[in-house]
Design a protein around this ligand. Structure first.
Ligand code: AMP
Ligand code: MG
Length: 323
């Protein structure tokens, strides 16, 4: 499905205007992209439970790879309905939510956040933003809103509505303007899904502030991120082997097609060959085919154009030798 056509440049409306927020909430529920201010930076928002809407985030940003996105919610209760509360998470929520802090928690059973939003992981990243207007928008949207920074890939994060209009004005349905972001730095990301808290990204809440609540917090080592492609804690890979650019189906394999090349495929990322649709289905499809008795998932070639590059990046990681 193509990215819905948007006007040349999206309208910019004040986030403090309840009618503008109502329109933004309606657009978000309809699967459209809306840029909105938080206290950290402007976010490029989409319904986190709608994999097609989330795929459009990656397309709009020209992101070369899928990284897990933060889902924004209006209060801690909404967050703990999605991710598993732990005593540490509850203490941290009491101390720093609303605020520039993101917690990575284990995904609760039945959590509606799309697999693309969490890049296939069993964890979800959640934040209750400090900005009251942002929380009002989230409450009105009535569902978690995935929102990376509202800039094209490789550019700096926007801290004014004018920056957002320059970066993505032709790719969003609406820009909400809340003036300059007071913090201007990304949120701190802390992982509470494991035995010990780990700081994944330094940000507006300092390690010292975290440690005052949690006790010792480990730093995620930079080397973690490159040690073993496809096998990192922060990267989902199926149990089954993955064979790329497959044109045939071998014994014991499941076949994941793209563009309806075979009549006997188990699943097709996009029968019409649309990379945005394929991105939306990628993680859910890999999970679905990753069953006992399946030795490997054979994946048809996916052209590099548009989101194809990000799809191939993730497939190559999933196919990389594991040790
Ligand atoms: P951004 O979307 O640019 O604000 O970046 C989101 C940050 O949160 C990135 O550093 C992600 O790697 C991190 N993140 C989001 N979800 C998870 C998760 N489930 N596990 C680990 N890190 C996450
Ligand atoms: Mg960013």
């Amino acid at each position: 499905m193509p990215v819905p056509s948007t006007p040349e440049t999206a309208p910019i409306r004040p986030v403090d205007d309840p009618q503008a927020r109502a329109e933004a909430a309606r657009l978000l529920r309809a699967g459209r992209l809306v840029a909105f201010p938080t206290e950290t930076v402007y976010g490029l928002g989409a319904d986190a439970t709608d994999e097609n809407a989330v795929a459009r985030i990656f397309a709009a940003k020209d992101r070369p790879r899928f990284n897990p996105l933060i889902s924004h919610v209006p209060d801690a209760m909404s967050a703990f309905a999605l991710g598993e509360a732990t005593p540490a998470a509850e203490r941290l929520a009491a101390a720093h939510w609303p605020g520039p802090l993101t917690m990575v928690l284990r995904r609760r059973t039945g959590c509606p956040i799309a697999w693309l939003t969490s890049a296939g992981l069993e964890t979800v990243a959640l934040r209750v933003p400090g900005s009251a207007a942002a929380r009002a928008l989230l409450a009105e949207a009535g569902r978690p809103i995935a929102a990376p920074s509202a800039n094209r890939s490789g550019r700096v994060s926007p801290t004014t509505a004018a920056h957002v209009a320059e970066e993505l004005g032709d790719r969003v349905a609406l820009i909400l303007d809340g003036g300059p972001c007071p913090v201007g730095l990304e949120s701190t990301v802390v992982d509470l899904s494991g035995a010990r808290p780990r700081l994944l990204r330094p940000g507006a809440v300092t390690r010292e502030q975290l440690e005052a609540v949690l006790g010792p917090v480990e730093l995620a080592v930079a080397g973690d991120a490159i040690a073993a492609p496809g096998m990192l804690a922060s990267h989902y890979a199926p149990q089954a082997a993955v064979r790329l650019n497959a044109t045939d189906r071998r014994p014991g394999e499941a076949f994941l097609d793209f563009g309806a090349t075979r009549g006997d495929a188990d699943l097709d990322l996009s029968r019409s060959g649309d990379p945005v649709e394929a991105a939306a289905r990628l993680f859910a499809s890999l999970r679905d085919l990753d069953r006992p008795g399946i030795a490997a998932i054979a994946v048809a070639p996916v052209p590099e154009a548009g989101l194809g590059a990000a799809i191939n990046d993730r497939l190559r990681r999933a196919a990389a030798p594991r040790g």
